[in-house]
Design a protein around this ligand. Structure first.
Ligand code: BES
Ligand code: MN
Ligand code: MN
Length: 456
């Protein structure tokens, strides 16, 4: 521990400078205009892994953005940790809401503000620097493989193919991921589950063209009105989702599991204050922590139609659209939920409009084990570096590839994230505490150490 601290202290500024360089690449995977930047980011990650001492560093081409692979095998008889992360980021829009530009990392109040600061470049880079530390101090206790992808924020489709085609090369004893949140530095925690996802788009079409809303208003259904009604009908007065069969496969938690989850520190007043709301909203019968971590939800991510420009235009739109996502929990299945939604939506559509449902990406929910050697190693590592045992929590976000690692490679995951839910992921002014960044770099070598020791 002393040696780790010493190395981090001696290299603090350089670690930060290198992370800033990484954050300056606008590696937005969703928008083709950033293609060159995304590709350069992959090269930068590869170069840094090489410099840190990794072997077989390769920028693996896919049908989309490349996957950076690297490894250090010190002894095939020792356990192997597969580190997964992503170098792509979400679009920075709306730009006008950023206090400083998203791709010019800036420190304010001990926090790094930049798109990707927390999700996931800042967290990926902790692993690169922790690896460098173990190499330079001759303390790497097990084999390490890195797989850093560039399409996580758009569904990881090509990574799915890569995993199936590279089963041998990816063999490992555990997948270690830092791409989730902890409660706080004072209350370290480990996420033990991720929700799945079913994402789709709906289109409601009325008349064959936009109409004058005075001449035709009153004679034909307005698709925007109908879309609003259809969407409103998807939740009942208890905020329960009204799609037949939606809850059929949901595993109920035992009372003990619910009690354990609700033990996590959570101050509702602070939560509301941070979000600027006076009341919370959610499915009746569950606490906020249960609603976000263990219950499925349905959200409208975007809704549009008709005139949304400056001033007023009197128009009865021909079409209205919405992007809708459903977060899933064990044992719901993404494809099945997409099908149930589609059937339901088509059924409830009134005759005077046409509806079209187009599925986007999906992903399966996971629960990670808390009785494994790897989980115990993460617990011990955090207890050492934070001076406190981590609290197990359930995360509301999704990392679809985790379920695939389990299915295709037979490897379980440990989610050792160092972000905070309030880090503005996917939002303007994304941030990452510098303290969390360094804490991560200090904790990761301890994970490797305990994982190697406990695996014996
Ligand atoms: N790192 C997040 C997921 C996350 C964040 C998990 C916080 C737990 C806590 C990841 O990059 C992400 O944003 N995933 C997407 C899904 C993807 C298919 C676009 C998500 O959750 O919306
Ligand atoms: Mn992420
Ligand atoms: Mn993300």
């Amino acid at each position: 521990m002393q040696e780790i601290k010493k190395y981090v202290d001696a290299n603090k500024q350089r670690f930060l400078d290198e992370l800033f360089e990484l954050l300056r690449f606008p590696s937005v995977s969703a928008d083709p205009k950033y293609k060159d930047d995304v590709l350069k980011t992959a090269d930068y990650v590869a170069e840094k892994l090489k410099e840190a001492g990794a072997d077989k560093v390769e920028v693996c081409q896919t049908a989309g953005y490349p996957i950076v692979y690297a490894e250090k095998i010190i002894d095939p008889s020792k356990p192997t940790v597969l580190v997964y992360g992503h170098y792509d980021v979400q679009p920075p829009d709306p730009l006008e809401l950023w206090k400083t530009p998203p791709f010019e990392p800036t420190i304010r109040d001990g926090k790094i503000y930049a798109r990707g600061a927390c999700d996931d470049k800042g967290q990926v880079y902790m692993h690169v620097k922790a690896f460098e530390l173990m190499m330079k101090t001759n303390t790497l206790p097990c084999n390490v493989k890195f797989m850093i992808e560039g399409e996580e924020e758009v569904g990881s489709n090509n990574l799915g193919i890569f995993v199936k085609e590279n089963k041998e090369r990816l063999q490992a004893d555990v997948v270690l991921i830092s791409d989730t949140s902890m409660i706080s530095l004072e209350n370290p925690s480990l996420e033990t589950g991720l929700r799945g996802l079913s994402y789709l788009e709906v289109e409601v079409t009325g008349p064959n063209r936009d109409l004058h809303s005075g001449v035709y208003g009153g004679a034909v259904a307005n698709p925007a009105t109908i879309l609003a009604k259809l969407i409103a009908s998807l939740h009942d007065e208890n905020n329960h989702i009204q799609i037949p069969g939606f809850y059929d496969d949901v595993l109920a938690l035992t009372q003990e599991e619910r009690d354990a989850l609700n033990m996590a520190p959570f101050v509702e007043e602070e939560y509301k204050e941070d979000l600027g709301v006076t009341e919370l909203w959610g499915e009746k019968g569950y606490t906020t922590l249960e609603r976000t971590g263990t219950r499925p939800t349905l959200e409208v991510n975007g809704i549009w139609g008709g005139y949304i420009g400056e001033g007023a235009k009197t128009v009865l739109p021909s079409k209205a659209n919405a992007k809708i996502s459903m977060r899933l929990v064990p044992n719901q299945q993404s494809d099945k939920i997409t099908k149930l939604f589609t059937e339901h939506f088509e059924k409830i559509a009134p005759k005077y409009v046409k509806v079209k449902v187009t599925p986007h990406h999906g992903g399966e929910p996971v629960v990670t084990p808390t009785d494994s050697v790897a989980y115990r190693a993460a617990q011990k590592a955090i207890a050492d570096s934070f001076g406190k045992d981590p609290i197990p929590t359930r995360g509301g976000g999704s990392i679809p590839i985790v379920a695939l690692f389990e299915k295709e490679l037979g490897i379980k995951t440990v989610l050792m994230g160092f972000g905070l839910d309030s880090d503005n992921l996917h939002s303007p002014n994304e941030k990452y505490d510098i303290a969390n960044f360094y804490k991560g770099i200090e904790t990761i070598p301890l994970f490797h150490k305990y994982f190697a020791e406990l695996s014996k």
